[in-house]
Design a protein around this ligand. Sequence first.
Ligand code: AKG
Length: 288
Amino acid sequence: MSAPTVSGFFDYEYDDSYPEDLYDFEGVLPTIQGFESFDDAAMAQYREWGVVAIEGAFPPSMCEATLAALQDLVARDDLPKGVQLQFEHRAKDVIASVPAEERLDYVRKFMLFMHLDSRLEAMARFEPMMAVMRRILGDEPDMFQDMALLKPPRMGREKPWHQDNAYFNVAPGTPVVGFWLALDEATPENGCMFFQPGRHKDGPIPHFNRRDWQICDTDVKGRGVLAAPLKPGGCLVFDGMVPHGTPSNRSGMRRRALQCHYKPKSVPMATAEDRLAQFGSEGTDATC
Ligand SMILES: O=C(O)CCC(=O)C(=O)O
């Protein structure tokens, strides 16, 4: 019997070490309850801090359907071109013998898959969430990217500090809203999100190719970090310019999450040159 075909590729071998105090935090991001609580005060916090945390945003049935859809998709051996499925490096020796329905526990990153399953499309177009997006963007939201970082137990590696717009070809000043949905309880131990609220106002920060395309560690430390723990079904709505990161999952707990990014429909995408002119470190004399 031949080994099962597995779509996807592996993360590179990496050194999972970073300064131990990189995710020290001064406090915890406050939460509101449900999208319907996204009122003027929440809007003011979004503008001021660049992030709002919402518990109980999605019903448990929708989270279960989302997880089932993710599990079904990564079990497929015929994923269409354009979909990116990346396993953790440490899954390399075992993945061929892992039952298809357990593959999700070995995935690092899954991208551009949302259109393949109506359960996921329903989640990405959940009207109470879209109403919040419309309010922030002042336009019809255009979902231009979807992704899941699954951070498997004891394997899931760090996503170093970054601004999301450093990854997107959008013109300077384009409002981008990130949406991050916790499918398991997310805690500081299993790799919840950490933010530097308010720092989106400082504009683009130089990014460097180190453990990832990231902000220099020394540019992060000691600058008002808040952790954003969430229960399953809780979500974060955040500005594409607010610095954030997630530590490695060194715990035995799953930390599955899904994220989408929205821009105003009337604003076109720009070029990689536009992006690097803002976030690239070459030519700016910056070192890391
Ligand atoms: O889910 C995570 O661990 C980090 C997500 C994130 O910040 C990103 O992919 O931009």
